[in-house]
Design a binder for this molecule. Structure first.
Ligand code: SF4
Ligand code: SF4
Length: 160
């Protein structure tokens, strides 16, 4: 697969700039559209273990895998955050595949990232996104959330 670096012959911004140096458009484009951060999570009060569920935030459109009110998300949903470089470095629940987390930890973007592939669908084809894999929190009994756990701790997936 030809990378964006090879196509343009220039160093891509995410290798050249720190998170703090990126402009708003660059920052926004880092999001790969996986929506894995839109899955509800449970924390074991005794062990502190984090469990990810297959239940998605009510605002997630499961087919397009996008937020249905992205601009007002932090006002509509308690706990939905507008990421900043500082937050990215402190949140321990971001998926290991999350582009912000990868760059904050000194990794490069993976080949399936839309910025690298040049194709917004590549994150879905690679099976990284939750497209078509979730149930909405509107459609389950909150007391049954534990039945929807799909992994313990932040899921370790192949990221290259
Ligand atoms: S996990 Fe990271 S890359 Fe994926 S949708 Fe959330 S912010 Fe974007
Ligand atoms: S409000 Fe939107 S961005 Fe935030 S968790 Fe829900 S679907 Fe995801």
């Amino acid at each position: 697969m030809a990378t964006i670096e090879h196509r343009n012959g220039v160093i891509p911004f995410w290798r050249e700039k720190t998170l703090e140096e990126m402009n708003p458009d660059e920052w926004e484009s880092l999001c790969d559209g996986c929506a894995r951060c839109c899955l509800l999570q449970l924390v074991d009060e005794e062990t502190g273990t984090l469990a990810v569920t297959g239940v998605a935030c009510a605002l997630l459109d499961p087919q397009s895998c996008t937020c249905s009110d992205y601009e007002r998300r932090e006002f509509k949903v308690i706990g939905c955050l507008r990421l900043t470089p500082e937050l990215v470095r402190t949140l321990d629940w971001l998926p290991v595949t999350c582009a912000y987390r990868l760059l904050a930890e000194g990794h490069d973007l993976p080949v399936w990232h839309p910025l690298v592939s040049g194709d917004p669908q590549s994150v879905h084809r690679a099976g990284i996104s939750v497209q078509g894999k979730t149930v909405s929190e509107n459609d389950i009994d909150p007391d049954d959330l534990v039945d929807w756990i799909i992994s313990s701790d932040v899921e370790e997936k192949t990221i290259k």
